[in-house]
Design a binder for this molecule. Structure first.
Ligand SMILES: [Zn+2]
Ligand SMILES: [Zn+2]
Length: 118
C-alpha cells in the first residue's frame, strides 16, 4: 500500500476515510487518532463526542432505571410487611412479595453500580 500524497510506503490508514498514510501524513494530523487531514480529524472528534453523548444518556438511563427499581422494590417490601400485619394468615404471599421487593432493590443496586462506572 502506497501513500496517495507522497507515493512512499504507507504505514497507517486514516481512521475516518481509510486512506493510506505514510509517516509524514500521519504527523500532519493533530488528532490523537490517525487521520489523513484536519477534516477527517474533525469528523473523528465529532463522532467521539456523539459516542460520548450516547454513553452519557445510557448511564443516565441506567440511573433512572435503578431509582425505579428501588421504588418498585420498596413498594413490594411495604406490601409484604403491610399485608403481613393486615392478613397474618396469608403466610406464603407476603414473604414472596417482600422477597420480590428485595430482589428488585438488588437489581437497582447493580444498575446503580453500572451507572457509576461510566
Ligand atoms: Zn481521512
Ligand atoms: Zn504521505
Amino acid at each position: 500500500m502506497k501513500c496517495e500524497t507522497h507515493s512512499s510506503e504507507a504505514t497507517a490508514v486514516c481512521t475516518y476515510c481509510g486512506r493510506a498514510l505514510c509517516p509524514q501524513c500521519e504527523r500532519a494530523s493533530s488528532s490523537p487518532r490517525i487521520a489523513c487531514s484536519e477534516a477527517c480529524a474533525d469528523a473523528l472528534a465529532k463522532a467521539d463526542r456523539a459516542i460520548k453523548l450516547v454513553l452519557t444518556k445510557n448511564i443516565q438511563g441506567a440511573r433512572i432505571t435503578a431509582y425505579y427499581l428501588y421504588i418498585l422494590g420498596a413498594i413490594f417490601v411495604a406490601v409484604g410487611i403491610y399485608g403481613y400485619i393486615l392478613y397474618p394468615r396469608m403466610r406464603v404471599v407476603h414473604p414472596m412479595a417482600a422477597a420480590c421487593g428485595i430482589a428488585l432493590i438488588a437489581f437497582g443496586f447493580s444498575f446503580h453500580r453500572l451507572a457509576k462506572r461510566g
